[in-house]
Design a protein. Sequence first.
Length: 341
Amino acid sequence: MANSFIGRDMAVDLGTANTLVYVRGRGVMLNEPSVVALNTQTLEIVAVGAEAKKMIGRTPDSITAIRPLKDGVIADFESTEQMLRFFIRRVHRRQYLIKPRIVVCVPSGITAVEQRAVKEAGYQAGARRVYIIEEPMAAAIGSGLPVHEATGNMVVDIGGGTTEVAVISLGGVVTSQSIRTAGDDLDLAIINWMKKEYSLMLGERTAEEIKVALGSAFPLPTEAEAEIRGRDLISGLPKTVTISSAEVRQALEESLHAIIDAVRITLDKTPPELAGDLMDRGVVLTGGGALLRGLDERLRHETGMPMHVAPDPLDSVAMGAGKCVEEFEALQQVLVSEPRR
């Protein structure tokens, strides 16, 4: 094969919070927030990715910063397509004569219409063929689980928009649960809790920072504290309050319950043979949510199963999809493919 053809196939982890692009032979080349800033008058794109994320909650009337994906699926088709095109162009430097094949990750509970939207966005962004892989499958491959063997592998992938829980064996998903409670809901829970307890209004970005700095799912050996700035709902003026990680944990409780329940329901639906394998092998946690302090402890406590956090939880899905691109022929069976209509 001529050199210029190598490295054109790519895998895209089109996430609610971040989009990662993996290029064949080169690894993850791009990891940017899934945010687009538009000029509302001319409808032109002002910024994409990290630059656009800085603008959330800080824009004048003439600019809106939007997140084109909601709950793991495309909410705003045009912006998704433009964002994809922008990201693909950035890694696909030289204009090859041949368009790339692209593998895109989608949540497992996605409808046929939502799936078609993802494919269409890929074709519009300049793909020759678009293949689809389910996120839990990609996460399992990316975490290094032996998905093709006749043993049970369980993966809990907590992203920005969806939490995917799946049991995988023999290269296929045996049972799965996809719920729309994930990282974004944890941020929202913090916003609502601060409103209720302190009548303090927070922005999305501040809430996310609190989650990262103070969030936990299980009591910590030493509880931390931090000062938080927001707007006082009563006086309308800026105000600072000090909250502890124990309070943040209380705020996250309800959303965490939903995630724990999804894990329980999936275990409940797992065939007994595979359930036995899982007791030996344990469950792998991936996605940004796996970084929440003490989540593995909490799940171990609630389910009695051994829990392991994947080595690189944020990149697992992209790496798994990337492996499908590298070993396209070998892994083709895990891709959901149908001819383009």
